[in-house]
Ligand binder design. Structure first.
Ligand code: NAP
Length: 354
């Protein structure tokens, strides 16, 4: 047997990947997780190890972590080398990086093996009699009997330097994750986007914010009819049609304080400023599935297609998918962890049948 032959390889290190690893390790499948490479290119693409949660601040909606001082818990749960780079805790909700470190540690505790590289290619040429062949970003070849893909997705951003500067200081890509934070409560906020996500999240934010500006680049929303009707009936939401955000305004101390908007209809018109404490950029997501092109079936929007309702099977027997790389609807840490668990169980049963 090749030295690089495994029973189960898991690609991805967000909540889906680690939960799959915890379940697979406990089922004696000896999983190997490719957690992603630490490179400038991955940093630019937001695909560094530990995924999207590692880039968020507090995670208030992950079950089991009410606000409290977790200092002692983190000190005793995590490897000192990994704890070192986390800021001191204090009495607040668990942060995204802390949660991800705990998930990673839990997977290690059950014997998960980790490689800090990407998988860049999956070769099916030996299937169905032989193993899957995988190529990693450092040029190593691996073989596996089964694969769980859990590579996640990245929120699309506007690409403004000022947007980058205020990420986590008032600029967010997830209203459900960040909307209830104190900085947005009883303050005006803005959402950019015209799809179901933007409108749904504008409604969600209206529960906390004093007012929600909904900025869309066209004069017609892309979202479903029902969602548009509901949104326009919400007295706290003010649509601003045919405008784009040109600059996020703010200061180092207070974070976002306003937005500079430009008309898309009248390019000669002066820019307009609005005062807001936050900007939620909800202009779609891009799943991290480029390396799966031609390997498993992808949807029109490049998500991995789950081929049976309620299961994690893909178009290729032996390859399972979990988390945001296959989920264009829920995209939550909880749902990712849940489908990671399902993928490990599906993979375990499938391997036992082979
Ligand atoms: P989406 O439908 O692709 O909409 C993205 C929106 O962002 C569009 O309105 C687009 O404008 C705008 N946009 C894209 N790039 C932009 C840019 N650079 N600057 C300004 N605006 C930009 O994405 P989504 O809303 O995330 O929805 C994804 C899928 O999930 C959809 O199929 C949706 O129906 C589904 N979903 C369903 C629900 C639900 O049923 N409850 C909730 C959320 C999402 P244009 O319209 O001009 O292209």
């Amino acid at each position: 047997m090749s030295q690089n032959k495994r029973t189960l390889i898991i690609i991805g290190s967000g909540p889906a990947g680690w939960t799959a690893a915890i379940y697979a390790a406990r089922a004696n499948l000896n999983p190997l997780v490719f957690e992603g490479a630490v490179t400038a290119e991955n940093q630019a693409k937001n695909t560094l190890p530990l995924g999207q949660l590692a880039m968020t601040s507090e995670v208030e909606n992950f079950p089991g972590f009410p606000v409290g001082d977790l200092t002692e818990y983190l000190r005793t749960a995590l490897d000192p080398d990994r704890l070192e780079y986390l800021p001191p805790h204090g009495k607040h909700g668990i942060t995204g990086p802390e949660l991800m470190e705990l998930l990673r540690q839990q997977a290690i505790n059950f014997g998960t093996e980790i490689i800090t590289e990407d998988v860049v290619k999956i070769d099916l040429s030996a299937r169905p009699d032989g193993p899957f062949r995988l190529l990693s970003s450092d040029g190593e070849e691996y073989e596996s009997d089964a694969i769980i893909v859990a590579t996640g997705a990245g929120a699309n951003w506007l690409g403004l330097p000022s947007e980058e500067r205020f990420k986590n200081f008032g600029v967010s890509g997830c209203a459900v994750c960040d909307g209830a934070l104190p900085r947005f409560r009883r303050q005006p906020v803005a959402v950019v986007g015209g799809g179901d996500s933007a409108l749904e999240d504008a409604n969600y934010l209206s529960k906390f914010a004093s007012k929600v500006y909904l900025i869309h680049r066209r004069d017609e929303f892309r979202a479903s009819h029902f969602m548009v009707e509901r949104t326009l009936a919400n007295p706290k939401i003010e649509p601003i049609y045919s405008h784009v955000v040109e600059e996020v305004l703010g200061d180092v101390k207070g974070g976002v304080t306003g937005l500079k908007l430009r008309s898309t209809k009248n390019m000669d018109a002066d820019t307009q400023e609005i005062a807001v404490s936050g900007l939620f950029v909800l202009i779609g997501h891009t799943p991290n599935t480029a390396f799966l092109e031609g390997v498993v079936e992808l949807t029109e929007k490049k998500y991995v297609r789950w081929t049976q309702p309620g299961r994690t099977f893909t178009s290729v027997p032996g390859i399972f998918a979990a988390g945001d790389c296959a989920d264009s609807v829920y995209r939550q840490a909880n749902t990712a962890a849940a489908t990671g668990c399902m993928a490990a169980l599906d993979a375990g049963h499938w391997l036992a049948e082979q």
